[in-house]
Design a protein around this ligand. Structure first.
Ligand code: ATR
Length: 263
């Protein structure tokens, strides 16, 4: 039986196995998908297991999306541009090369398409500069936003991302420039009581608050946005769509999208 993995650290809360195993069963594919806690020093060995055919494919999550790149043979253009890989496979038709893909970009794009929000000409503020942030910036520029401003508690990480996308502006943590949409890509809110130390009280109404976090469903960040009279959306659909795109890459089938899969 073919084996697929999601690797990360921490990994215990990952819902990827639930989604992928459901789709494997639904499509009568004889394979299993498991989660595995790994350390940086395990990456080489685990990628070698893909090379040897012991593992058929890997999803990569925090904090290894960039780290894993040095162990791969080739990246897709999107993975190259974002320096971020979340899906790995052995391409038999390409001389057994190990290829790194990025399906977070498509995941975000498809999730936003579903909200019917029109990004063209919009000013976007991104909070955080972690593993998923480059993919979101890349997707936003593809969707023709007018500007992207980055704010991260540790400013040099935002400056570093700016070197990948030089149109991007960076502001100090705590500074809230005018925006149409604000996206939380920090890990603040994963624990129910956590709250960003930012003041949104002067931003006005009619904005869009998006949180990459989907568990809990409504973070304090989204609650604040809603209480101030703004549109909100969590990261659940992005998560499902990135998984669906990975499934398509591995199995050649686009699985059925059903939000209740994660309830
Ligand atoms: P990684 O940095 O390993 O990629 P991540 O979970 O993808 O991990 O990213 C964590 C993000 O949440 C970072 O942008 C982090 O900010 P720092 O770069 O300053 O660490 C941000 N973050 C975590 N805790 C935070 C807090 N209490 N306040 C503000 N930002 C926080």
């Amino acid at each position: 039986m073919k084996k697929y993995l999601v690797i990360g650290n921490p990994i215990e809360h990952s819902l990827s196995p639930k989604l992928h195993n459901h789709w494997l069963r639904e499509n009568n594919i004889d394979a299993i998908y498991e989660k595995k806690l790994v350390n940086k020093t395990d990456l080489k060995d685990i990628i070698n297991q893909v090379r040897e055919g012991k593992i058929a494919g890997i999803n990569v999550t925090v904090p290894f999306k960039k780290e894993v790149i040095s162990h791969l043979d080739k990246l897709t253009l999107d993975a190259e541009a974002t320096q971020s890989v979340n899906t790995i496979l052995l391409a038999k038709e390409r001389n057994n090369m190990i290829i790194g893909h990025n399906t977070d970009i498509g995941g975000f794009e498809n999730a936003i398409k579903d909200t019917k929000y029109n990004f063209v000409g919009k000013k976007i503020l991104i909070l955080g500069a972690g593993g998923v942030t480059p993919s979101i910036i890349f997707a936003l520029y593809k969707m023709k936003v007018s500007s992207v401003t980055l704010s991260n508690r540790t400013k040099w990480k935002a400056e570093h991302l700016k070197s990948l996308y030089n149109k991007t502006k960076v502001v100090d943590w705590g500074e809230i420039p005018e925006f149409d949409m604000v996206i939380n890509t920090t890990s603040v809110g994963l624990k129910n009581d956590e709250k960003l130390d930012l003041d949104f009280s002067k931003i006005g109404k009619g904005k869009f608050f998006y949180d990459v976090i989907y568990n809990p469903q409504e973070t304090n960040f989204l609650k604040t946005g809603k209480d101030l009279g703004n549109k909100t959306e969590n990261g659940k659909k992005m998560f499902i769509y990135q998984a669906a795109e990975a499934f398509k890459i591995w199995h050649g089938i686009l699985p059925k999208i059903n939000e209740s899969l994660l309830n």
